[in-house]
Design a binder for this molecule. Structure first.
Ligand code: PEP
Ligand code: MG
Length: 591
């Protein structure tokens, strides 16, 4: 395929497969594919001698015992943290491994077919999964996923999580779906891009890709059947094109596009040394969204004005467990210290929706984004909320920490959460533990109901922060993680803009600051619009800092205000896209 300029393509008949999808993160990459998630298909089948059979059986038994211990630990943890019912899911998983017929069948394969243990597990688990998947009963069909997951866990324990990846060099990760829990444990240094079948522009894998600054595309139907591990992929994330086994010409073209991109990025990075002000001198605070202490150090090096959002659940997900107060304190302190007195906004746990500690949704809801998520869970679990508040408060003795409470849908919820914060402060005071008595606490505006009462929320806390990733999903009833409706996920819809405008006015009427930390802020085409709507503080992933700062420095305030007025008054998202010069089908354009 020839790409003459952005958006115009000429087929090259020697490219083996050209895949089209939704662009979710711009950039060019060329590397071998690693097809993730089909470990049951990919596992190496090795013939063994009769003398090796006992050794393989011992390896299998060790791995099974290890996975059982992990599952029981998870069950205990989750039961303690979230209730018996949720913990039972993990117990049910461990029962799969107790099933003598499954274990005997695996042992028989090793003994009779003389193959390595992981190949025997893969064969038996695929057989059981196939039987369950074709059952009429929905409950049994749902169990197919569990069996496959358990099979993968056992194999991973024998091989190591990434050991089944035959590639030692950087790769493009290809998967049917990347859940937030998958991305939390990834070897990020080796990933040059993502291609997935499922997932929308604001799925967590998409956000991760943009924060890593690597290209990504989603919505590629049948991806697992079309790419094999080891095949070379040339990926253009801005166009949403991936070429499998590209021709010599295509390779050369992608190489030069990549070199050009590196040159441009280098030039763009120089903007980080300049102040974050519009052309007319209006100051705009530009902060970072982070998920770890490492990213805090990177944000400090890139000159971010602070941390506008630390997604604390990502720290829990990387550790794969609910951290206790001391472990949380250590993690938050690691994020606070590098910022050397600049504000660090730590958000309380946002679990549920598509984010779980452990690979499973313990709640098994049909509509998890409207269900048991985030602050709703924490208000039911004061022990968790108090431990988190205490850890954040303790970290506030080491820097300018702010607390942010996500997914607030009413003033009542905010009051309840702040009541717990007061309780945590009281406990620390009576224990003589140091914390910042003037610590600020804010609410996220991610739900239309919160935007509608933003003035009243702002009156009861110290600041607001708009999370457009969720605000768009809940306003337009478009799942942020679904590839099927991703073309309807339009942050520039006039209804979303009206809610942002209302939130900004609400904060102003209460005399409180408001920032925006959704991905919209890191999309240069939206920056003039958001400044025109009155926002003066943004928080974006580290990878988006240069492009966002450049966009801020290009803004003229008067023009931005007229643009925002016109956009809010527009009838359709298409009309707003035309005003912004946006291709309405793509929201993450090249900077
Ligand atoms: C948001 O919803 O915009 C946000 C910043 O939170 P998250 O992406 O973690 O849901
Ligand atoms: Mg959110």
């Amino acid at each position: 395929m020839s790409v003459n300029s952005r958006g115009s393509e000429t087929p090259d008949t020697e490219d083996r497969v050209v895949l089209h999808g939704t662009p979710v993160s711009p950039g060019i990459a060329m590397a071998p594919a690693f097809v993730y998630g089909d470990i049951l298909d990919e596992v190496e089948v090795r013939t063994i001698d009769a003398s090796e059979v006992d050794g393989e059986i011992a390896r299998l038994r060790d791995a099974v015992a290890l996975v059982k211990t992990e599952l029981l630990r998870d069950a205990r943890h989750v039961s303690k943290q979230l209730g018996q019912g949720e913990g039972d899911v993990f117990l049910a998983h461990s029962m799969i491994l107790e099933d003598p017929s499954i274990l005997e069948a695996i042992l028989d394969i090793i003994r009779n077919s003389h193959v390595n243990a992981e190949a025997a597990v893969a064969e038996e688990m695929k057989r059981v999964t196939a039987v369950l998947s074709s059952a009429d009963d929905r409950y049994l069909r749902d169990r197919a996923y569990d069996v496959s997951d358990i099979g993968q866990r056992v194999i991973e324990r024998m091989l190591g999580v990434w050991a089944h990846c035959p590639l030692s060099q950087p790769m493009i990760l290809v998967a049917r779906e990347l859940r937030a829990s998958d991305t939390a444990s990834m070897d990020r240094g080796r990933i040059l891009g993502f291609v997935t079948e499922l997932g929308g522009t604001e799925s967590h894998a998409a956000i991760l890709a943009r924060s890593l600054g690597v290209p990504a595309m989603a919505g590629v139907a049948g991806i697992l059947e079309r790419v094999r591990t080891g095949e070379l992929i040339a990926l253009d994330g801005a166009l949403g094109v991936a070429i499998v086994d590209p021709s010599t010409d295509t390779r050369a073209r992608y190489e030069s596009m990549r070199e050009e991109e590196i040159r441009e990025r280098h030039e763009l990075a120089s903007v980080l040394e300049l102040p974050s002000v519009t052309r007319d001198g209006t100051e705009i605070a530009l902060m970072s969204n982070i998920a770890s202490g490492d990213e805090a150090r990177q944000a400090a090096e890139l000159g971010a004005d602070g941390i506008g959002l630390l997604r604390s659940e990502m720290i829990f997900m990387s550790a794969n467990l609910f951290l206790d107060e001391d472990a949380q304190f250590a993690a938050y302190r690691e994020a606070v210290e590098p910022m050397a007195g600049k504000p660090v906004t730590i958000r309380t746990l946002d679990v549920g929706g598509d984010k779980f500690v452990g690979s499973e949704n313990p709640f098994r809801e049909h509509n998890p984004n409207l269900g048991y998520r985030s602050t709703r869970v924490l208000l039911d679990r004061p022990d968790l909320l108090l431990a988190q508040f205490r850890a954040i408060l303790r970290a506030s003795a080491h820097g300018a920490v702010r607390i942010l409470v996500p997914m607030i849908s009413s003033v009542d919820e905010l009051r309840q959460a702040l009541g717990r914060l007061d309780e945590a402060k009281g406990q620390l005071r009576s224990e003589g533990v140091a914390f910042d008595e003037n610590i600020e606490a804010g609410a996220m505006i991610e739900i239309p109901s919160a935007a509608m009462v933003a003035d009243r929320l702002a009156a009861e806390c110290d600041f607001l922060s708009i999370g457009t990733n969720d605000l768009v999903q809940y306003t337009l009833a478009v799942d942020r993680g679904s590839s099927y409706v991703s073309r309807l996920y339009r942050p520039h819809d006039p209804s979303v803009l009206a809610l942002i405008a209302r939130s900004v006015e609400g904060a102003a009427s209460a005399g409180k600051p408001i920032s925006l930390c959704g991905e919209m802020a890191g999309t240069p085409a939206y920056v003039p619009l958001l400044i025109g709507l009155g926002l003066r503080e943004f928080s974006v992933s580290n990878g988006r800092l240069p492009a966002t700062k450049k966009a801020i420095r290009d803004v003229d305030l008067d023009t931005a205000v007229s643009l925002a007025n016109e956009a809010v008054a527009a009838s359709t998202a298409g009309d707003v896209a035309a005003l912004l010069g946006l291709d309405d089908s793509r929201h993450h354009e090249e900077p």
